[in-house]
Structure formats: C-alpha cells, structure tokens
Ligand binder design. Structure first.
Ligand code: APR
Ligand code: MG
Length: 279
C-alpha cells in the first residue's frame, strides 16, 4: 500500500458512523434516487438497490425500465419505482426536488438519454454518484454540490485518456490530479481503492479482497455509497465508510468461505453483521 497517503482505518469508521436516534423516522434518513438497470441489465439495479437499502436510507426510489421493475420488485419490495424513470428524468417529466442523494449508471447505457438525465441531476443541490454507464468524459466545474465518480481502471482510462498501465503504477497520484482538475470525488476501484476528494485529501481503503472480483460488486458499492450519503451528515465520511464496509464484508466472507464463491448480493447480506461490529 502507498505509505504516502492516509489510510481510512477501523478507528475512523468507528468514530464516524452515524447513530440512528430513537426518535427518528424514515424522513430523518432521506429518500434516495437510484437510476439504474435496463431490461437486459435489471440485476445491476437490484444489486445497487439492495446495497442502498442496507445502508441506512429512509426510502429508496428506483428509476428503471418498466420491464425491469417486475423483475426487481420481488427481491426488493421495500423500494418504490419510477417506471421508465431514466427517460422521465431526462425529459424533466418528474420532479427530483425531494431526494437527499442520487446515483446513476449501474446497468445503464452511456447514450444521449443517460447524458440528459445526468445533466438534470447535476442541476440539483444533492450529492450525485456517477457509476458505470454514467462515467463519461465531461466537465463539472460549475457545480458546488458533491459529485462522486466510481470508475474502475478501464473507466478511469476512458475519461482521462491515460493508459491503464500508467494509471495502475500511480493510482493515488492520478486520482488526486483528476479529482482536483475535474472538481469531483474519485473512487478509483480495485485492490486498495483510492478515494480522492477535490479539496486535496486522498485516502486508501485497507479492506476488500479478490472475492469482489466478480460482476456486480461495483453495483453493490454504488448503492452502498448512495445509502450512506443519506444517513451520514458528512458526505466525505459517507463515501469512505461505504468503501470500507463493502470491502469488510468481503473480508468477512473469506474467513470461512472460498473467495471464488461470493456473489455480489451477498455483500449486502453480510453488511448487517459487519456494520454492527463498528457501532
Ligand atoms: N481486491 C479488492 N477489491 C476488488 C478486487 C480485488 N482483487 N477486484 C474487484 N474489487 C472491488 C472493486 O474495488 C470494486 O469495488 O469490486 C468492485 C468491482 O467494481 P466494478 O469493476 O465496477 O465491477 P462490476 O460490478 O462488475 O461492474 C458492473 O459496471 O463497471 C461496469 O463494466 C462494468 O458493466 C460492468 C458493470
Ligand atoms: Mg462497475
């Protein structure tokens, strides 16, 4: 691990996880908007939705293809849905004023409709997480509220034009440079995920293992970041704690089970027990 950067440790997590007050109600923890999934990729919305609902949010609205709704609802009955939500958001046919945070991109095509929906979300004041199909080369400099990009190396290479090999050699340095120049938070995923904030802070995450090297684990992380943004008062701590706990769930898995066998939704299954250890 690169010693030049700070490591977000178990002590940080323990001292920054939010309390759930006895007098609280679902409104206390906000409503999250997840824009994800198509009829061919409904699982991405489900995985991110499970991650979000396990991460402290009060209510979750999933904007997804009408055909995907029926596939997701039986596994996530706690969520409500905006059928064909991506299109409705892009065309400004639905209000986004009531949400505390939004995430867009898991199982989403990087096309014109997605680009328009991102544009609409970025006009709001809430934190916005951009993942997978929402990670494209664009400018963000006029926005004051947090923007969180969650690229893996290939996605980061696509938006920066830097070769993957070069990025791999200096992940923290590149994340810091691009975080500052784009004015966004970069969660550069992989072993020891790097989290760079536009104020210049860069953190390394110590948790996680190769059990996460499987389709869908990034979708789960995006949902967890979204949920944590809703229940934390400090958005930077929300991002750091989501990345840490996501990896900690995988570390819990390999204590007794093979790293070959973990499924992405099992990260969300493990989160209740893993989270409790830090409270
Ligand atoms: N050690 C630790 N963590 C790992 C490891 C590893 N060896 N391998 C993967 N991870 C973690 C990453 O840090 C990240 O949190 O697993 C997650 C993988 O995220 P993604 O690469 O986004 O994977 P995935 O969920 O399959 O993405 C789904 O989005 O990124 C696109 O092309 C991707 O279409 C696919 C979709
Ligand atoms: Mg991904």
């Amino acid at each position: 691990m690169d010693k030049a950067n700070k490591v977000w440790t178990d002590k940080h997590v323990k001292s920054t996880l939010p309390k759930r007050k006895a007098t609280s109600h679902k409104g206390s923890y906000g409503t999250a908007l997840l824009v994800a999934g198509t009829k061919d990729m409904p699982g991405a919305a489900l995985l991110a939705g499970l991650g979000a609902m396990r991460s402290g949010v009060g209510k979750l609205v999933v904007a997804t293809d009408a055909e995907a709704v029926a596939m997701i609802v039986s596994r996530l009955p706690e969520a409500t849905f905006l059928a064909d939500g991506l299109k409705h958001i892009a065309q400004r046919q639905t209000s986004i004023d009531t949400y505390r945070a939004a995430a867009i991109g898991p199982g989403t095509e990087p096309d014109d409709v997605t680009e328009k929906a991102i544009h609409v979300l970025l006009e709001s004041q809430m934190p916005v997480v951009l993942d997978a199909g929402a990670i494209s080369d664009r400018s963000y400099l006029t926005r004051q509220s947090p923007i969180i990009l969650t690229p893996h190396l290939a996605e980061f290479s696509r938006i920066t034009g830097v070769e993957i090999d070069a990025l791999q050699e200096n992940r923290a340095e590149y994340a810091a440079i691009w975080s500052k120049s784009l004015g966004v938070t970069i969660v550069l995923k992989g072993p020891n995920t790097v989290i760079s904030f536009p104020d210049g802070q860069t953190w390394l995450n110590p948790t996680g293992n190769s059990a996460l090297a499987k389709g869908g684990s990034g979708d789960t992380l995006t949902g967890m970041i979204l949920g944590m943004l809703c229940c934390h008062s400090n958005w930077q701590q929300a991002v750091l704690n989501a990345v840490y706990l996501h990896g900690a769930c995988a570390d819990e898995w390999v204590l007794t089970r093979s790293a070959h066998t973990m499924l992405a939704h099992e990260v969300s299954d493990l989160l209740p027990v893993v989270w409790a250890r830090f409270e």
